[in-house]
Design a binder for this molecule. Sequence first.
Ligand code: CS2
Ligand code: MG
Length: 408
Amino acid sequence: MKITDAKVYVGGPGKNYVTLKIMTDEGIYGLGDATLNNRETLLAKYLQDYLIPNQIGMDPRKSEDIWQFFYRGAYFRRGPVAMAAIGAIDMALWDIKGKLAGLPVYQLLGGKSRDSFKLYAHAAGADLPALLDDVARCLDQGFRSVRVQCGIPGMPTASYAVPETTDHEGDFITDFSGIRPKVEIWETDKYLRFMPGALAEIRKTVGPDIDILHDVHHRLTPREAAAFAKEVEPVGLYWLEDPTPAEDQEALRLIRQHSTTPIAIGEVFNSIWDCNTLIEEELIDFIRVSVTYAGGITHVRRIVDLASLHHIRTGFHGAPSHSPISMAAQAHLNVWAPNFGIQEYLTLGTEACDALFPSKHKAEMGQMSLEDAPGLGVDFDEREAVKYDYNPGSHPVVRLTDGTMWNY
Ligand code: CS2
Ligand code: MG
């Protein structure tokens, strides 16, 4: 069996999905997602100019050897662009493998450990009352686990993932007005004074049975994060996410020494080498990698296995940047993983998105379940794809009040 060709498409409804389609001489094709938020065209170029020409003629069943070929063979290893490209190829090869075997991918991983798995939703508000309304909206939709982000009183702009106004709708992280980012102003002291009380208020409102998650988005120093994690212990958070910049694995030691609040980290990690210290020293509770940014099913499975030796559960990234293809690849890992924790889920299911990526997988009442189709179980409609083009956008950047650049 041979790979005969591969194509890359960029675009989608409200998102620049980067979709890879690998064709074979047996008529079976596989699909992968290489969407890297706000850097989408780099992935298309990297795949088209370097990886696809090397793939033609390879046996698609040798997914391990192909993974090693692109990882070791690149010499300049890792990084988000290289790993998302390898990730897309790897997903597509598992899709092909499943279709060849006539089995859903989870069967090739070891079968189901659960029939459906828990999802968490996002709630945000420009102020606490608006946030509580948004939490109520998520609970009405059936979610029992909600990530909460709130505007901080006195902060001159909105903070991470929080809308400027109370009457917002949809995904407001990426600004599609152009490639130049808006500037958010961050003030740590105001955040540290306000957020613990807000979290306590949310717990009082929703009661003990709802999982509350909160994302600090890399904004605190290790000492500040340790104090914050300790202060919010009575809230009983499901997790505190990205308390410090993720590239410093050692920073998590200080937080761990001072608090038992569960810590989740890893959405920006590209490989096992970005989280092996965190996992082996048991400094975190949830690993947040994604199949797109961390090299596909082949590599993420290794991270999940290492994590399972150390009581660390999965909590894969599922921001709207992921297309239904990578969300399905993660879903197959989620039904299998003995150490599954939770899955981030933002409603992808608009009519236009479903038309572009037809699938029968179901997400409802805060749970996701998989249809038993061979492979990943998601298709890609090329007639729909021609409706979309690349649309430049950006996240905000963050500065302190004196102008110093800070972490988004
Ligand atoms: C995030 C993301 O979902 C999350 O937890 O932190 O929304 C992140 O900001 C985006 O993926 C960045 O592109
Ligand atoms: Mg996050």
